[in-house]
Design a protein. Structure first.
Length: 296
């Protein structure tokens, strides 16, 4: 197995280990020493998505933006303050992925979907029949369960049986611009709205991620709705919560950041104002052209 070069630095103030930072477009951001005191200016930044190229430039004396991955802003660090080591096994996060920033992996959303389907089966069993619930979910409730499906293992749910699965996967790609975001089209918007209407029409089980606004499943759905509205219904103002979804921030932090920028959230934020504000958010992932082509 070939060794890989790892660029790192221990922050002298926090003691945290930092690694090269990728911007929201997947670029490493470097500073050319030939620019002297102006190497940190944005207009003079050297950008590359290729990690090997970033290593080569650091070896030549280029500075590079580093981050501890804890949400603090990245800093441009000179080559002389960096450690370059050859390692057989690279720790997770030491070489940041080129994939878009996501708040959680796709698998977390699909696990939530399995839990939501179990909770739905429990409601069907409670208000309908055990037979109907078993037909819906694909396996019976345990005889030892206090309430229907109380002790059901969500991983037993075969997601390939449910039409909601490709809809949620398309929602994830649209929300966080991974995979094939163009798979989320106008019909997906309508179907996802119907799914949410159906969930809110009855009593959502406290065990269902659909009832938790901070669950990966609900955040994915909310972000997909927000991005579709942001790009396809540009005449509509966006709420603070929708901007928080797109910026991958909590709502309180987004509201504070908007206020700091002199933007009032009451009554919604116009699309052009929201677009300028989001452009400066560290974790905002711009919409890829594949999705935008649906509006042309």
């Amino acid at each position: 197995m070939s060794k890989q070069t790892v660029i790192s630095r221990v922050n002298p103030t926090t003691g945290k280990t930092e690694h090269p930072y990728r911007d929201r477009h997947g670029n490493f951001v470097l500073g050319d020493p030939s620019f002297g005191s102006e190497l940190h200016y944005r207009k003079n930044a050297v950008l590359t998505t290729d990690y090997a190229e970033a290593v080569r430039l650091v070896r030549k004396g280029f500075s590079i933006r580093m981050s501890a991955g804890d949400g603090t802003p990245p800093s441009l660090i000179s080559a002389g303050k960096l450690s370059l080591t050859e390692e057989d096994e690279v720790a997770e996060g030491a070489i940041p992925s080129a994939d878009p920033l996501t708040p959680f992996p796709r698998e977390a959303v699909l696990r939530d979907l399995q839990k939501a389907l179990v909770a739905e089966a429990a409601m069907i069993a409670h208000w309908g029949s055990y037979e109907a619930a078993e037909a819906f979910l694909g396996f019976p409730s345990s005889d030892d369960a206090g309430e229907p499906y109380d002790d059901a293992d969500p991983t037993k749910v075969d997601l390939s049986r449910f039409r909601a699965t490709p809809l949620i996967e398309a929602s994830y790609d649209c929300a966080f611009q991974t995979g094939k975001p163009e798979a989320f089209g106008p019909e997906s918007w309508d179907d996802l709205g119907s799914l949410m209407d159906g969930a809110s029409a009855g009593t959502i089980s406290t065990t269902s991620p659909m009832g938790d606004p901070e669950s990966p499943l609900r955040v994915t759905i909310g972000t997909a709705f927000a991005r579709w509205k942001f790009e396809m219904e540009t005449w509509l103002p966006l709420s603070v919560r929708e901007l928080a979804y797109l910026a991958q921030m909590n709502e309180v932090a987004a509201r504070n950041a908007l206020a700091k920028a002199g933007i009032k959230g009451r009554g919604g934020i116009d699309n052009d104002v929201a677009r300028r504000w989001l452009a400066d958010r560290q974790k905002f992932v711009p919409t890829r052209s594949e999705l935008l082509s649906l509006n042309s």
